[in-house]
Design a protein around this ligand. Structure first.
Ligand SMILES: *Cc1c(COP(=O)(O)O)cnc(C)c1O
Length: 452
């Protein structure tokens, strides 16, 4: 597969170059020359194939020929000891994307990216150094994904005192090839520092630097897999047989499942910030997965819903909300969406629905009270967007799934006042036992250079 910059078709790159450089030299994002299609045989088997086989069929054309099939198979098996169950909960389908080690969907992208980087650099002598700025979730997923991967070290910069204790342990509790820097400043300061570091000739000479942020194509492609798997399931009219609705309220067994729904092409509601996840969904639909369309759920940072309503794309400063992984006023993947599809095409495929913090809190409380199901603030934005969109006059018909992008225990400080104690999965319990070891630095490039 060849990849072009969203800004010019002049210098195509292969998958290896697109993944390892991240951003195109002209500042654009890499997009595949064309979106591949599933063969008819694969398309009609999506409902019965297992997650790993769907992953291989989905990712193969994007990484061919740099990653051979057998290698890809090994990567997928080691990256995904967990899957994305489609469960019935609260009279609705929920695609749970939080069963990975850091309990958010970013595990799907980060764990594949780490293995792809390691393989693509197998003959390089010099170690690769990844710099990543995080407001919370990305740093944890990238740290976990690259932990113990040979030939690659990672430095995560996070705003000191502004991530949750759990997130801090996910970032700074691993050690080994993962270093954590607590920056005395904001997330924007961390991001600015990383940018300056990449432009620094001196650092470039001393290190092979790369980034791992969400515009990297190698993080986006693996996210396509769970859309195809869920859409295949929805065509069979059954939720995932192995997918237990978790976390559930043990006091109310049986309330979760057992409603009837009709098989058919799936509508997917995607809680969105930078719109990488939604873009991956659009890729799955274009590849031929049986998807009817999308609801793009945002918090009050509603740049894309406004664009869909008016045709006018206006980026703005981000505003803080309780679904903070979606506090994005200038979604970086919009450039990718606009490179593939026209405004009328995007409008046909996506309904944009913004949700307020008050609505988000109310729905977390109500869904728990009525069904015993715990939503995290991001999934709750998605749930509420469906409530608002699925009025009788715009009923899409056919099955609909909300993406639950994080485990509610990850955002316990917001969820528990509304629901009472949230059951904590074993993976997060283990994280809380770690000691965070971060070096504190001022938001200053000289300090960062000294440390590196
Ligand atoms: C990153 C994140 C999102 C937003 O995903 P995008 O791909 O940036 O749109 C939503 N929910 C959670 C929990 C996240 O960590």
């Amino acid at each position: 597969m060849r990849y072009y910059s969203t800004r010019s078709r002049a210098n195509p790159a292969n998958f290896a170059a697109a993944a390892l450089t991240g951003l195109a030299p002209d500042g654009g994002l890499f997009v595949p020359e064309e979106i591949p299609r599933y063969s008819p045989a694969v398309r009609s088997s999506l409902g019965t194939m297992n997650f790993h086989d769907i992953a291989i069929e989905t990712i193969k054309p994007y990484v061919d020929p740099e990653i051979p099939g057998a290698v890809l198979g090994d990567m997928i098996h080691s990256a995904y000891p967990f899957t994305a169950p489609l469960v019935e909960a609260g009279g609705r389908l929920v695609l749970e994307l939080f069963h990975g080690p850091t309990a958010a969907f970013k595990d799907f992208g980060a764990r594949f990216m780490a293995r792809a980087f390691s393989y693509l650099r197998r003959n390089e002598e010099r170690p690769l150094h990844i710099l990543v700025a995080t407001s919370g979730d990305t740093g944890g997923a990238v740290a976990d994904g690259f932990f113990g991967i040979e030939g690659i070290s990672v430095t995560v910069l996070y705003p000191k005192g502004r991530v949750s204790p759990l997130q801090e342990r996910q970032i700074a509790g691993l050690g080994g090839n993962i270093s954590a820097l607590a920056v005395e400043g904001s997330f924007d300061d961390c991001q600015a520092l990383v940018k300056v570091a990449f432009a620094d000739a001196d650092l470039q000479k001393r290190h092979v630097l790369s980034s791992a942020n969400s515009i990297n194509i190698s993080r986006l492609i693996p996210q396509t897999v769970y859309y195809a798997a869920a859409a295949g399931r929805a065509m069979t009219g059954r939720a995932d047989p192995d997918g237990e609705a978790t976390p559930r309220n043990p006091v109310k067994p049986g309330v979760l499942g057992g409603f009837s729904w009709q098989a058919g092409p799936l509508t997917v509601c995607v809680p969105s910030g930078n719109f990488g996840n939604l873009t991956a969904g659009l890729y799955a639909m274009s590849m031929g997965a049986p998807i009817r369309g999308f609801i793009a759920a945002t918090n009050i940072n509603k740049t894309v819903p406004d664009y869909l309503a008016t045709g006018d794309y206006q980026v703005r400063p981000s505003q803080a909300t309780i679904s903070n992984a979606m506090d994005v006023g200038a979604p970086s993947n919009f450039e990718r969406m606009a490179a593939h599809w026209s405004y009328p095409e995007l409008r046909r495929m996506i309904q944009g629905v913004p949700v307020t913090d008050d609505e988000t809190r109310a729905v977390i409380r109500a869904v728990h009270e009525r069904w015993g199901y715990y939503l995290d603030p991001h999934g709750a934005v998605g749930w509420k967007a469906v409530d608002k969109e699925e009025k009788p006059e715009n009923q899409t018909g056919g099955p609909l799934a909300v993406l639950a992008t994080a485990h509610p225990a990850k955002f316990a400080e917001t969820v528990e006042p509304l629901t009472g104690p949230v059951p904590v999965p074993a993976s997060l319990k283990k994280v809380m036992e770690r000691e965070p070891h971060a070096l504190t630095i001022p938001a200053d490039i000289t300090a960062l250079k000294d440390v590196l």
